[in-house]
Design a protein around this ligand. Structure first.
Ligand code: PHE
Length: 453
């Protein structure tokens, strides 16, 4: 445990690596469908308020804990206080649950990517295309296996660095494409402006407890919080780098990509649904159903669509790599498995669990647990139950056991500034724990049908 940890070369290296892990399907696929479903403008507003208070404080705490202890999550919680050992273990379980279903979505992206490359845009723009694709028993499974296979090979051969380099250059391209697609939709397609209004102007009649539950789960997911990742990143961070500055950059980047993805997808939903609001509640398929329709009518749509899905694929791949890498290092540390054995074990386990998620849309479409099919269930358990528990534990540990000054001192090392430390202390001790508790209780009661939110 005392071996020297390698570290990132500087602030830019740190920010880019952390942003590479943070920006992924969470921003491009998950954020828009939640925003569409849970209130548009009020969702966006709630999300941004949570990001700058709650997300900021939690990310500060996690990176500081990692850098201070120089340990990964499981060991860090236990070392700081024995009573918090459980949080380290739950933290370890989260990427184990997410990796498989994340890769199922990654497989969908691959399918669409290949579809665009082979010029099937018109077919993909059909209403029923997506449902009939995920409704097939084997085909989605094959794409999923290819996606997770590529991820596993990258992790096995240790070529993450290469993939990350490529994706670093692709990120700006992704952002530009997203802006171009949004502008086209908004200015050319009739009806799209209604969608811009729905997305940007908060209408409080759309607000519900679910808006906060969904926004908070999304915050954890998107910023890679409450699953040990930022603790591990922090453990590789040099002492002279400003934690606050880095967190600010990661936050802007992550939230920016999510915001733009919403702007690209939600107005398009309005343009194609002719004002039928039920189209907003589609859930996980929203991006896959909506975007091909845009590309189908857009000049140069096939090429732009192909380029877009290549970028999404890369963003998804870097995130999947960092998820799998986390699971692999847990197995290596805890079960003392060799790297190769660890990767193969994760691969086999993920193939099995991912197949369950995938079959949840086809042969097991009738099986519902707590009213959800498997993919939604895994998503719910990890994002709305386990992550809030870990986040609550982190707040209590930092706020009352260690006390906020421990994080503040770590952040102010070597003359670095921590401007928002007052905000940090109040949020981590009072606001965040109260919010999380509320969220946790209401989302669990809702799932069991005890209350309706
Ligand atoms: N934050 C990533 C996303 O938005 C998902 C992820 C979580 C990746 C945790 C790595 C680790 O897609």
């Amino acid at each position: 445990m005392n071996e020297k940890r390698s570290s990132f070369t500087g602030k830019i290296g740190f920010v880019l690596a952390a942003a590479g892990s943070a920006v992924g399907l969470g921003n491009i696929w998950r954020f828009p469908y939640l925003a569409a479903k849970y209130g548009g403008g009020v969702f966006l507003l709630t999300y941004i308020i949570l990001a700058v208070t709650f997300g900021f404080s939690l990310m500060m705490a996690e990176i500081a804990i990692g850098r201070k202890t120089g340990l990964s999550a499981i060991a860090a919680y236990k070392t700081l206080d024995k009573r918090f050992d459980f949080a380290g273990w739950i933290t370890a379980l989260i990427p184990i649950i997410i990796t498989p279903y994340y890769s199922v979505i990654g497989g969908w992206v691959l399918k669409y990517l290949v579809g665009f490359l082979s010029g099937e845009v018109a077919a993909m723009a059909e209403d029923s295309y997506f449902d009939s694709f995920i409704g097939m028993s084997w085909e989605p499974l094959i794409w999923f296996a290819v996606f997770i296979g590529v991820t596993a090979l990258t992790v096995l051969f240790g070529v993450q660095k290469g993939v990350e380099k490529v994706s670093k250059y692709m990120m700006p391209v992704l952002v530009v494409l997203t802006i171009v697609i949004s502008l086209y939709t908004i200015f050319v397609m009739p009806g799209a402006l209604e969608g811009v209004k729905y997305y940007l102007m908060p209408d409080f009649s759309h607000f519900s407890v679910m808006t906060v539950v969904a926004a908070m789960g999304q915050l954890f997911y998107s910023m890679s919080l409450a699953m040990g990742i930022m603790i591990t990143f922090g453990s590789y961070m040099k002492k002279d780098i400003s934690i606050e500055g880095s967190v600010g950059h990661i936050e802007i980047f992550d939230t920016g990509v999510a915001f733009l993805s919403g702007l690209m997808i939600i107005p398009a939903v309005f343009a194609f649904s002719g004002g039928d609001e039920s189209a907003l509640g589609q859930g996980p398929g929203l991006m896959f159903v909506t975007l091909p329709k845009v590309f189908n009518v857009m000049p140069g749509g096939t090429v732009i669509g192909a380029a877009f899905f290549i970028m999404v694929f890369l963003a998804a791949l870097t995130s999947a790599i960092s998820l799998m890498e986390t699971v692999v290092s847990i197995l290596q540390d805890k079960l003392h498995l060799g790297r190769k054995t660890a990767v193969i074990s994760v691969l086999i386990f993920s193939l099995l669990l991912g197949a369950v998620s995938s079959f949840g849309y086809s042969i097991w479409a009738d099986v519902k647990i707590l009213g959800m099919q498997f993919l939604d269930l895994f998503d719910f358990v990890s994002n709305s139950v386990m992550m809030p528990i870990v986040a609550l534990a982190t707040c209590l540990l930092v706020g009352f056991v260690l006390k906020p000054h421990v994080v503040i001192e770590e952040a102010e090392l070597e003359g670095n500034k921590f401007k928002r430390k007052k905000l940090f202390s109040v949020v981590i001790r009072y606001i965040a724990p109260a919010c999380i508790l509320l969220i946790l209780v209401s989302s669990v009661l809702n799932a069991y049908g005890i209350i309706k939110i």
